[in-house]
Design a binder for this molecule. Structure first.
Ligand code: PEP
Ligand code: MG
Length: 745
């Protein structure tokens, strides 16, 4: 980079800063900036286009084009050269603009006399905010130095736009993040909620994009890189987990990358502060991330993104804790979140919106357990939402209304009122059984895992707890709970149940349920790996401790427990033997042993459906874990939205398999229930009942809607609809069932 240009660019940024320091209104600032840029680049035209809404760019200021066109000329994303720069987030530099691909003639601007065109995206963290354009009459391509200088200026403009420096009259001049925005995602937990945004990872704000002293800024950059390097090396020394090591190695590679460092140093030489230089590189990486199809490369770019965030936090001193106060009605926004982190927030949250995430994840299960509406796969939400923004979450349609206007607020509140009405209706059948029109009774139980769930046992009308996920108690802690703690907790659960049956599932960890205090294992495919009963049998200490805690907690009362993820009869036998050992030990120690201990297994792998008859005769009861069973039946990861969505739970093959299990259990008299998430979806629950399941366990909030539908339905008719669809060779029975339901009115 020529020294002359560096100085020019720095001078320009210095002048820009003076404009920013003045107290001109937004429009005057923009006008001055276009003037300054045209003057320094020595070109006739400089224009700034900003997004009026998600899809429309508006000419907001110009030096050299017709002044009347300001706030009049607009173009869609992708339209004309300006729209193309914004869409592709690429520079366009051409000596012959009227003949360039995509050129659109806009007579009102008077730009026809200008041949050369250089357009640079104004973007922040991969989000397009506008376009900065210079044009000249002389047919010439702008030099790479000019392009570079303009990119640096565009970076500063992006920061200023973000900080609201151009706020003024006109929609395009309103503060960013101040207009209503509607985002779409996928429903992972139904329900509607109104509240205010709480960002799980608050955005870093760069308030000083321009710096005077490049030497000091270079030092700051070096120091930050060094701090990251040392941190990464330390973590690498401690980490045993291959995947984590891979990410750390990638960090180290970037931290040592000469190209990355050089580009940031250049940006600083051109007048940017260290943090603005980091953010400039981060923006470029994010824009690339969107266009790269290769998974490996995407992951590396995402590592670079994380690394940049670390650097920004070091340079700005802004940690995860910004000191902001959590609103009283928080709606959590995050790229993704694990079950343990979510449990830490607990019931305080009114809703959750994730940019990534998946319906089948354990975070989703936790959200369901907590009855918090959850929307996953909501593109752009972490960019669009600011802490404290008013938001309405429509967990029926999968829509997020960010900063809603009055009409949306009114319509939404009507919807919430209707939901309250429905809840009243459900409350009226709370004490009635799920007695179908054809005279069958389906037992409805609830899933739980936290103490806070237990009041729902009364209010939901559940007959008992069909699945108590004991691992949630392990996930919320920073260290392994002690036996006495667990025993006290289980006692409270049984006390609260007041004699209703509670099925404790023994510790189900592994896969995505990672205990923070247990040494992580390095597995190529954790969902198929060392998890649940496999861990319990290989590491009997923890299982013994938990079994003893359960026996003690019962204090002589009946106890029901089941083992998760049993794939073959032998595993059940071994687990049962472990229980006998615990009983023998407790007897020796003089503790009261429950005189009735029911022991079951979860059927979560197809293999167990084909277990020998002796297993079905031996096991006390079976509970189908439909979430896992479905993922293994279809070989489709429950956490991977892309593949998960392909397979409907009402798929004929899956229902046929479930029916076979029902028949085998009927044959041996083995009590059977279903406790996967599908049990809580009314239409799915109806089909499960129609194929013969008489016990379903679900989140408490589903009991009302499921019971209400069952009480209105004739299972024999539903069964016939299923059989007919199967007979016709349909893939899923859903269309036929939905049609039948619509006909029932
Ligand atoms: C299941 O797999 O259906 C189940 C109930 O267990 P979890 O969702 O906790 O894995
Ligand atoms: Mg499971």
């Amino acid at each position: 980079m020529a020294e002359r240009f560096e100085t020019e660019s720095r001078k320009l940024l210095g002048r820009l800063r003076d404009v920013m320091a003045g107290d001109d209104p937004g429009q005057a600032r923009l006008d001055k900036i276009t003037h300054l840029i045209a003057d320094s680049i020595r070109t006739e035209v400089c224009s700034i286009y900003l997004f009026r809404d998600e899809d429309t760019l508006e000419l907001c200021a110009t030096e050299g084009l017709n002044a009347e066109a300001v706030h009049q000329t607009r173009m869609k994303m992708g339209e004309g050269l300006v729209g193309r720069v914004a869409k592709r987030r690429h520079v366009i530099n051409t000596a012959d603009a009227p003949n360039a691909k995509g050129f659109r003639f806009m007579p009102e601007t008077g730009e026809e006399v200008f041949s050369s065109f250089l357009g640079v995206p104004i973007q922040r963290l991969g989000e397009a905010m506008g376009v900065l354009v210079v044009q000249s009459k002389e047919a010439r391509e702008f030099s790479t130095d000019a392009v570079y200088a303009l990119e640096v200026v565009a970076m500063v403009l992006a920061e200023m736009t973000e900080l609201g420096a151009f706020v003024g009259e006109g929609a395009a001049m309103s503060a960013r993040h101040s207009q209503p925005s509607m985002l779409r995602g996928t429903v992972a937990q139904e329900g509607v909620a109104e509240g205010h945004i709480w960002l799980h990872e608050p955005r870093v704000v760069v308030s000083n994009p321009i710096a005077d002293d490049p030497h000091r800024e270079l030092e700051r950059l070096e120091e930050a890189v060094e701090e990251v390097r040392v941190g990464v090396d330390k973590m690498l020394q401690m980490s045993r987990d291959a995947e984590q090591r891979q990410v750390l190695e990638a960090y180290r590679m970037f931290a040592n990358s000469k190209g990355w460092m050089r580009r940031m140093q250049e940006a600083i030489s051109n007048g940017l502060s260290a943090e603005a230089a980091v953010e400039k590189e981060q923006s470029i990486a994010r824009a690339r991330m969107e266009s790269v199809a290769d998974n490996y490369l995407r992951e590396r770019l995402s590592d670079l993104d994380d690394l940049s965030n670390r650097m920004l936090r070091i340079l700005t001193g802004q940690g995860a804790d910004t000191g902001a106060e959590m609103p009283t009605d928080p709606i959590l926004v995050a790229r993704n979140i694990g079950p343990a982190e979510l449990l830490e927030y607990g019931r305080n949250l009114k809703g959750i919106i994730l940019e990534g995430g998946s319906v089948g994840s354990h975070a989703a299960i936790v959200a369901r357990a907590l009855a918090i509406p959850l929307i996953v796969q909501t593109a752009r939400v972490t960019n669009e939402a600011l802490n404290g923004d008013h938001v309405m979450v429509d967990g029926e349609q999968g829509i997020v209304h960010l900063r809603p206007d009055d009409t949306v607020v009114t319509a939404f509140r009507d919807k919430m009122a209707m939901q309250t009405e429905a809840l009243k209706r459900y409350a009226s059948i709370q004490d009635k059984p799920a007695l179908t029109e054809c005279g069958q009774i389906v037992e409805l139980h609830m899933n739980a895992g936290l103490m806070a769930d237990l009041p729902s046992l009364e209010s939901s009308g559940a007959e008992g707890v069909g699945l108590f996920r004991t691992e949630l108690q392990f996930l919320v802690r920073n260290q392994m709970p002690r036996r006495s703690e667990l025993s006290a907790l289980y006692t409270r659960v049984l006390d609260a149940a007041q004699g209703k049956r509670v099925v404790f599932r023994t510790l189900d960890i592994g896969s995505d349920k990672v205990l923070p205090y247990m040494k992580p294992t390095d597995e190529p495919n954790p969902a198929l790996g060392w998890r649940a009963i496999r861990v319990g049998l290989d590491k009997p200490g923890v299982m013994q401790m938990q079994l003893q805690a359960l026996i003690r907690a019962a204090q002589g009362r009946p106890l029901t427990l089941m083992f998760p993820f049993v794939a073959q009869y032998e595993e059940y036998r071994q687990a049962r033997a472990a229980l006998d050992k615990a009983i023998a030990r407790e007897t020796r120690l003089g503790h009261v042993i429950p005189d009735d201990i029911e022991v079951g297994a979860m059927l979560e792998t197809p293999s167990l459906g084909f277990a020998p008859r002796q297993f079905f005769e031996d096991v006390g009861f079976l509970s189908i874990g439909g979430n896992d069973l479905k993922q293994f039946f279809f070989a489709a990861d429950r956490e991977n939205e892309r593949v998960r969505k392909r397979y409907d739970s009402l798929n004929v093959s899956f229902l046929s398999f479930l029916e076979q299990i029902v028949e085998r259990c009927a044959d041996t008299g083995t009590p059977l229930s279903f406790c996967g998430e599908d049990a809580g979806r009314p239409v799915e629950a109806l089909c499960l009942a129609a194929i013969g399941l008489r016990s379903l366990s679900m989140r408490p909030a589903s009991i009302g809607p499921v019971k209400s539908l069952l009480r209105r339905s004739n299972l024999e008719e539903v069964r016939k609809v299923i059989m007919d669809a199967r007979h016709r060779g349909e893939m899923s029975v859903r269309p036929a069932i939905m049609k039948w339901l619509a006909e029932q009115g």
